[in-house]
Design a protein around this ligand. Sequence first.
Ligand code: HEC
Length: 138
Amino acid sequence: MTMMLRITLGILAALAVISSSLADEKKPVDPDLARQGFAFVLTYCGKCHGKGASEGGGEMDVTDPAELVDYGYLVPDDPESSEMWRRVVEGEMPPEGEPQPAARDAEIFRRWIAAGAPKPVYFPMQKRLKMRSRTSSV
Ligand code: HEC
């Protein structure tokens, strides 16, 4: 093999490794799931957890999904290991007396965590209100 060919093959091999690792990180995100999952946490948890919360629920800030992951409240791809999901499943959160999510909405939350809890690129705030009015039939 000539030196030149050897270098070229080396570069090609390196590029293949780089591009396959980029492909791994960029999982395609369903934009509807990103919006609905984010709407879920804003609607059912945002009152007490996060920027603009009117009641105290500690440091957890649901307006920043990346932070939820960093602080370990959510384990991306693994709802069952996620503290937030555990609290919802066990009926601890939202607390008694607060609007409770329908099973269908909770399932969206689970799928959102399983998808890595993506924050939507574009998020109209009316979504939150629509969801709240549809489900708060208490
Ligand atoms: C009405 C207010 C309220 C709402 C709504 C609410 N929470 Fe909470 N949450 C609290 C309070 C108060 C605490 C602290 C006491 C405790 O740990 O039980 C808490 C604690 C937590 C914790 C533990 C936080 C920590 O720092 O360890 C998690 C996780 C949690 N909530 C998840 C949720 C999720 C998920 C939702 C939405 C589905 C939600 N909460 C909605 C009031 C609320």
